[in-house]
Design a protein around this ligand. Sequence first.
Ligand code: KG4
Length: 345
Amino acid sequence: MSSAKNQPIIILGIESSCDDTSAAVLADNCVLSNVIASQAVHQDYGGVVPELASRAHQKNIIPVVEAAIRRANIGKQDIDAVAFTLGPGLLGSLLVGTSFAKSFATALGIPCVDVNHLQAHVLSHFIVEPDTEHTAPSFPFLCLLVSGGNSQIVLVRDYFDMRIIGQTIDDAAGEAFDKCAKIMGLPYPGGPHIDRLAKEGNPTEFRFAMPDIAGFDYSFSGLKTSFLYRLRDEVAANPHFIEQNKADLCASLQKNIIDILLKKLIAASQQLGIDNIAVAGGVSANSGLRRELIAQGNSRGWQVFIPKPAFTTDNAAMIAVAGYYKYLRGYLCDISRPPFARTSI
Ligand code: KG4
């Protein structure tokens, strides 16, 4: 499918799978705006409360879409298609974004394109920013997809030919960050706090469990348990242990998580002979992971692709770019398709 206007294809992207309401406008794969409203309401609960998330999406969706259109400096009539996250995610949250996107597209008489949230994280590497040099990974590449709900190694042969070759059998890497942060009394989500504190700490001061799992699969629940038990025992002997060692605990935990992630990624790269290595998802914002990927890339001859921090956590620019490539291939959405909570790539 191509634009009859002989102008860039304008895609409005909408993301509402969890606790971020986001809208973005792209001209082809170039981002004109990317507006994200995060929901502070969950901080008091130490995790996302689904019912509160849906209500916040309802409140945010119209102002966020309006802001994205305004910042892109376009009018509604310029939009060629609406791309939206159909799943996976929280059903109540998805219902708000999908209902809005379908109604908006129907009112404008334009097609909509359903997007798999996990595919969109991988395709965030194809987002181009105006006046910025950009190199996208060439196919095939391996993408380490690490977020609050997923830890996967994805073999990407084409925009929509993706195969998961390894994934977590229990917790995700982001969950390990968040749960261990909670044990230390840090706010939710804990990943960015651990990242910040780790910069001041010694990463070899403490050592926690390393999983022994076959193939390219991951496991993080053993690490979380060993962290919990170690702190419980230390605090029993010294009630100030966490406060006195917070930076070293964060640095050591972060190193442990990165070691687990990279061990399997290196093995996958060696076994499949693929040196194009990308990372995506919220945890790819982690500065230690970024540094270590670049260091491994330099010593192993990898070409490493790391998205800008704004495109790592949930955002609608990645939904719009996935929608753009689907639109080009004519993969449009039947609006009767309901959202789904779980699926794989
Ligand atoms: O992809 P994402 O925005 O959404 C979901 O999975 O829903 O990922 C969120 C996850 C959280 O677990 C958060 O703690 C983690 O990404 N995260 C980080 C950092 N920034 C976000 N983890 C470690 N270091 C960071 N800088």
